[in-house]
Design a protein around this ligand. Structure first.
Ligand code: FE2
Ligand code: FE2
Length: 247
């Protein structure tokens, strides 16, 4: 892949607890993050940057961010952190002093960063915006969804160079058009939110396959996004044997 191709890895909703603790008394989120980091580093083409779209820690505690920092240390490429509704901004900032893009002395953790020719605009809101700016159809998540103080869609529409609105919070992959661009939520490397379109959908998670998103960009094609499942799977197997399709 030539240098003009950029690859951004999006991971989301890590919900890291202090060492030895489980999320929701069940999920060893740190072990899942470790697996996710190894999986990213095993890619034949390493991402140029990793963007983490919120819920970095589960309860926003200093020990959780310290744990997270150690789990993310193996990532050799720049890592950009975005706060989610489980995060405490000051504790997050304190645990990542080397992350100079994080603003100091501000309420919101918002910033602009460059990944090669790609401009990354990180938005933080009162209900911290790793939330998608659209109705997802999962009722218990929509009830705690994003409350916009002003309409986002016309602002997005005025900037057709926006390739994606990358969000977390839903712990699964969802796409929707927002202001003419593609808004996407990302799976978690740990637990996923149950997909249930019923109005009385109970707040539940399930251990569906964990994953992340890869966003590949080049000047000619723009951005193309890929879902990646984390795990050990059989294969790869060839389609062809000595030039002939295996039937
Ligand atoms: Fe989350
Ligand atoms: Fe969240």
């Amino acid at each position: 892949m030539e240098q003009s191709q950029m690859l951004i890895c999006q991971i989301s909703d890590l919900h890291v607890r202090a060492p030895g603790e489980l999320a929701y008394r069940l999920v060893d989120t740190a072990a899942f993050v470790r697996r996710c980091v190894s999986h990213i580093l095993a890619q034949r083409r390493l991402p140029d940057a990793v963007v983490v779209t919120g819920d970095l820690a589960d309860r926003g505690q200093p020990a959780e961010y310290e744990h997270l920092a150690s789990l993310l240390t193996p990532l050799s490429m720049p890592v950009y952190l975005i706060a989610g509704n489980h995060d405490q901004r000051d504790c997050l900032r304190a645990a990542f002093p080397g992350h100079e893009y994080l603003p100091r002395g501000t309420t919101f953790l918002q910033y602009v960063a460059s990944v090669g020719p790609i401009r990354l605009v990180a938005l933080d809101t009162v209900v911290p915006m790793h939330h998608p700016p659209f109705v997802t159809g999962v009722s218990h998540m929509d009830r705690v969804g994003l409350q916009l103080a002003y309409p986002l869609e016309p602002i997005i529409r005025r900037h057709p160079s926006i390739e994606r609105i990358l969000c977390g919070h839903l712990h699964r992959t969802i796409f929707r058009r927002v202001g003419g661009t593609i808004a996407a939520t990302c799976p978690s490397p740990a637990h996923q939110v149950v997909l249930d379109f019923m109005p009385e959908a109970p707040p539940q998670f399930a251990m569906e396959p964990p994953g992340y998103l890869l966003h590949r960009w080049n000047e000619a094609e723009g951005m193309t996004s890929y879902g990646v499942a984390i795990g050990e799977f059989e294969g790869p197997y060839p389609f062809y044997d000595r030039g002939k399709l295996i039937e």
